[in-house]
Design a protein. Structure first.
Length: 131
């Protein structure tokens, strides 16, 4: 049995399999998952687990080169926008319209669905390299 880090076997495998520029999505409970993109559903109840908790755990284990978020997050959900800026302060964050964001999720290796229930609490994490 694994002693440290993420114990969810689907997420552990996903992270181990990522290559440079591959993407994964951390999603709120309402973001649609495109056909053909695997969904790792962590949602237990509305709000649990939250977007910030899951994003922090993934970011601790993943080499993140850059982040993409919906531009609407800044005006509609400033708390989550501030979290992203703080969590990824040393990485580039691209903001794109939410409709473009939803289209971009179709290229992800997987969508990790949280129980988050605030608007636009989603991000695309772009894999970097560890060397």
């Amino acid at each position: 049995m694994k002693k440290h880090g993420i114990l969810n076997s689907h997420i552990a495998k996903l992270l181990a399999d990522l290559g440079h520029t591959d993407t994964i999505v951390i999603a709120d409970a309402g973001l649609p998952v495109p056909p053909g993109v695997p969904k790792i559903d962590l949602a237990l109840t509305l709000g649990t687990p939250g977007f910030q908790e899951v994003t922090k755990l993934i970011a601790d284990e993943m080499a993140v080169e850059k982040v993409t978020a919906a531009q609407e997050i800044e005006s509609v959900n400033p708390e989550q926008a501030a979290f992203l800026k703080a969590e990824f302060s040393n990485r580039k964050i691209d903001y794109i319209p939410h409709e473009a964001f939803k289209k971009a999720t179709s290229h992800a290796k997987a969508v990790i669905r949280t129980g988050e229930a605030t608007p636009y609490a989603n991000c695309i994490l772009h894999a970097g390299v560890i060397f």
